[in-house]
Design a protein around this ligand. Structure first.
Ligand SMILES: Cc1cc2nc3c(=O)[nH]c(=O)nc-3n(C[C@H](O)[C@H](O)[C@H](O)COP(=O)(O)OP(=O)(O)OC[C@H]3O[C@@H](n4cnc5c(N)ncnc54)[C@H](O)[C@@H]3O)c2cc1C
Ligand SMILES: *[C@@H]1O[C@H](CO)[C@@H](O)[C@H](O)[C@H]1NC(C)=O
Ligand SMILES: *[C@@H]1O[C@H](CO)[C@@H](O)[C@H](O)[C@H]1NC(C)=O
Ligand SMILES: *[C@@H]1O[C@H](CO)[C@@H](O)[C@H](O)[C@H]1NC(C)=O
Ligand SMILES: *[C@@H]1O[C@H](CO)[C@@H](O)[C@H](O)[C@H]1NC(C)=O
Ligand SMILES: *[C@@H]1O[C@H](CO)[C@@H](O)[C@H](O)[C@H]1NC(C)=O
Ligand SMILES: *[C@@H]1O[C@H](CO)[C@@H](O)[C@H](O)[C@H]1NC(C)=O
Ligand SMILES: *[C@@H]1O[C@H](CO)[C@@H](O)[C@H](O)[C@H]1NC(C)=O
Length: 488
């Protein structure tokens, strides 16, 4: 391994030569930006603390060294930045919470736009909506809304960005009750690629459809979201971890929950892990109320837990009880399978994947494999206040997105591990299909899918409409200079 990584270092330092030259050009654009923006905004250079924070990502493989970072403080300044990178054709990136695991989706070697200063949380009691800045992570939003006794449909674990999450779809602890985050997003403040700031709402149904679930940065940069808000009190739940000897009990509890529990306030995530040379499970329990009705979580509470932090608490405290930060700051990849149901054979196949791949990928510097089983109610796609959205591309059939996450140390292993996660998803798909699940063509969730996924596997029949709208709103291809799923 050491030999391999040394070779990778040499290769990387050779690659830096052309990158540095390209950056000279982007540095020009940075200087232009620093002259054009208002005093609410600021450009930061490599070596500064802000630059370090701005370019940081949850997965280290998602970061690149940009020529500068810029923190716009207003939508108008976002517009000026877009005009400059557009007219100079400078590669750029847009970062919300930095949780993308696909390399280059929110990083670049050019101008890195970090939205952190767009940090408003305003609750409008008059119509039960909340305005949320695009630079926030969900923790900030829950904290800001808690004093009002309300909440919005957002992320389930700590640190995830509002922007990418919402622009991709959004599976929440509240989704069984209210639908996905896109179903609860009423309007968007969007800066078009030409720099014009506008409000996109139901008066522009085409663009609203595109922004609801498929956009990322294709149509410009979103600076604010307006969400439907709901009353929120204390919740119950938290994290349980279990070692390999408890997996039978974990499997039984997970299957029973997934197939039998119909209370929309109840939810779980069972993450089958391989860590420190052993399979195991991390289980998050959630109930939207101070205590759950008798029975629902009994099987989970009967597991001989290795650690257990389950109690009545605030929504924010529950979100922060998750272990997601413990597995960050490594190279990382996500991928996904869209399932219709969980069966004993499917759970066995998932556990077998961890046992089979864990030791093998360990040799390639993998530190952590995780398969997150996220059962939702079959009615999940039918909830929400508005239903016209590009994710999911079809609501005919509710889907359960299984989230695969692999973490590793050395860049030399990128290809091996990224190939393995794709193969592992294929293996699970095969088992589900052999059991009669018609999922071979089921759309994959864009926020979980690896970047090699063909776009029609994600956006389905809506892809051509999304491409037509992209040509209409970004005729000079400004947004093609940034990473993400692209509709050019
Ligand atoms: C630990 C962890 C937990 C997660 N949990 C969940 C979960 O419970 N449910 C779920 O549905 N998903 C979940 N996800 C997936 C998550 O939704 C995506 O990773 C999401 O894209 C993250 O958003 P971000 O703003 O943090 O990402 P970023 O990396 O900042 O951005 C992602 C993409 O969106 C673009 N973008 C960002 N901000 C803007 C903007 N303002 N305007 C236009 N484009 C923009 C970026 O350019 C990039 O292409 C999780 C991911 C992680 C790593
Ligand atoms: C970057 O280089 C290209 C091609 O040489 C040139 O057209 C463009 O003007 C340069 N941009 C800046 C900001 O220097
Ligand atoms: C809700 O009220 C706020 C504050 O008056 C207003 O700005 C916003 O447009 C309203 N939202 C909707 C969807 O009516
Ligand atoms: C669902 O509940 C029934 C009755 O309690 C039980 O017999 C069955 O085993 C449960 N299903 C699963 C998958 O555990
Ligand atoms: C399954 O779930 C039901 C309903 O929540 C519960 O009553 C029962 O005890 C659970 N266990 C089994 C093995 O069925
Ligand atoms: C376990 O997984 C491996 C890799 O996907 C596969 O080749 C093998 O057939 C699986 N074994 C069982 C018993 O499912
Ligand atoms: C999106 O795709 C669905 C089919 O999956 C189709 O019914 C719908 O009309 C499409 N919408 C647009 C705007 O293309
Ligand atoms: C900018 O783009 C938007 C959306 O395409 C368009 O409505 C607006 O007229 C454009 N503004 C200018 C100044 O060209």
């Amino acid at each position: 391994m050491v030999k391999l990584s040394l070779r990778a270092l040499v290769a990387a330092s050779l690659l830096l030569v052309p990158t540095v030259q390209a950056n000279l050009n982007a540095t020009e654009a940075c200087i232009q930006i620093s002259k054009a923006i208002s005093s609410s905004s600021e450009v930061f250079w490599p070596g500064s603390i802000h630059y370090g924070q701005d370019t940081h990502h949850w997965a280290t493989s998602s970061s690149q060294l940009s020529a500068c970072s810029v923190e716009p403080g207003t939508a108008e300044d976002v517009g000026k930045i877009l005009q400059i990178v557009g007219s100079t054709r400078t590669p750029f990136s847009v970062k919300g919470g930095g949780h993308a695991t696909n390399p280059g989706f929110s990083s670049s070697t050019g101008v890195h736009i970090a939205l952190t200063r767009l940090n408003e949380v305003t609750y409008h009691a008059v119509n039960q909506t909340a305005t949320v800045g695009a630079g926030l992570v969900w923790d900030d939003v829950y904290e800001g809304l808690e004093p009002h006794g309300v909440n919005v449909v957002g992320g389930r674990v700590t640190g995830v960005g509002v922007a990418g999450f919402t622009l991709g779809g959004g599976y929440s602890w509240l989704s069984n009750q209210y639908g996905l985050t896109v179903d609860n997003t009423l309007s968007y403040e969007l800066v078009f690629p030409n720099g014009t700031v506008s409000l996109v709402d139901s008066s522009n149904p085409d663009l609203l459809f595109a922004l609801k679930g498929s956009a990322y940065n294709n149509y410009g940069i979103v600076t604010r979201f307006n969400f439907k808000a709901y009353p929120q009190g204390q919740v119950w739940g938290g994290l349980l971890t279990a070692t390999a000897d408890q997996l039978d009990a974990v499997n039984e509890a997970t299957l029973n929950f997934s197939n039998n529990v119909t209370d929309p306030k109840a939810q779980i995530i069972t993450a089958y892990n391989f860590v420190l040379g052993e399979p195991g499970a991390s289980i998050l329990l959630f109930y939207d109320g101070p205590s759950p009705p008798a029975g629902i979580f009994d099987d989970f509470l009967a597991i001989k837990a290795f650690t257990k932090d389950v109690k009545t608490r605030s929504f924010l405290s529950l979100v922060q009880s998750s272990p997601s930060d413990a597995t960050s700051n490594q190279r990382g990849a996500f991928h996904t399978v869209s399932l219709l149901e969980y069966t004993p054979a499917l759970i066995d196949a998932i556990v077998n994947e961890t046992r089979f791949l864990g030791p093998r990928l360990g040799l390639a510097s993998a530190t952590f494999l995780s398969y997150d089983v996220e059962p939702f109610l079959p009615s999940i796609f039918a909830k929400g206040t508005t239903k016209t959205a590009s994710y999911p591309p079809s609501r005919a059939q509710s889907l359960l997105p299984l989230n695969l996450y692999f973490a590793w140390t050395f860049s030399a292993a990128d290809e091996t591990i990224r190939n393995a996660i794709v193969q592992s998803a294929e293996q699970i798909t095969k088992v589900a299909v052999s059991e009669g699940q018609s999922i071979s063509n089921a759309p994959l969730y864009s926020n979980y899918a690896i970047d090699s996924t063909p776009k029609d596997k994600i956006f389905g029949e809506n892809l051509s409409m999304l491409q037509i709208l992209k040509a209409q709103y970004d005729p000079s291809g400004v947004m093609d200079l940034a990473g993400g799923w692209k509709f050019q």
